[in-house]
Design a protein around this ligand. Structure first.
Ligand code: SF4
Ligand code: SF4
Length: 165
């Protein structure tokens, strides 16, 4: 997996224009059954992906934290939300709460998430490839294919499966 992750930014860069063009068409003319196609592709890819041997999302990006995330995780630590914010988070340029740094402070040495049951919604949903109306998050997916090998593979499969004139 390490070698795949190392190569991924370069591979994603090589596919960038092709992917951008594909997502442009997808947005204009999404297939009627796109939600089902994405569910199938997502499931098949994650059945063969071992996130524990990767954790590249947790190591290189980190999620944004909603207020509900902050409250839930602070409660888990028996901390006041503001104390949790002061200790672990910062506000980014979009005014969102994000981690103070990466790798994520909650990732352990074996790539397990130490707050797995209460982790942020963005972590639960990453890389969002089973999301409904997937064509609406193409800008995000164009970035995620450089971080997440599973997202990269799913987009490659999409291009083989979906042909839009
Ligand atoms: S979601 Fe993607 S980047 Fe994150 S651990 Fe799994 S394969 Fe790796
Ligand atoms: S909270 Fe857990 S799942 Fe989310 S980035 Fe940190 S280690 Fe990864």
């Amino acid at each position: 997996m390490d070698e795949v992750i190392k190569q991924l930014p370069k591979l994603a860069q090589e596919k960038h224009n092709e992917n951008k063009k594909f997502f442009g068409k997808l947005k204009r003319k999404p297939p009627k059954d796109l939600d089902y196609i994405m569910q199938d592709l997502h499931e098949a890819e994650f059945n063969r992906t071992d996130c524990l041997s990767c954790a590249n999302c947790c190591k290189t990006t980190g999620p944004l934290f909603t207020n509900a995330d902050v409250e839930r995780i602070a409660k888990h630590f028996r901390m006041k939300p503001q104390k949790f914010i002061d200790q672990f988070l910062r506000v980014d340029e979009d005014n969102d709460y994000v981690l103070q740094g990466v790798p994520c402070t909650f990732l352990d040495a074996e790539n397990y998430c130490s707050i797995y049951d209460v982790r942020p919604k963005a972590c639960r949903e990453f890389p969002h490839t089973d999301r409904k109306k997937f064509q609406q998050i193409s800008h995000l997916t164009l970035k995620n294919v450089a971080i997440c090998p599973a997202a990269y593979n799913i987009v490659e499969e999409m291009k083989k499966l979906i042909h839009i004139k």
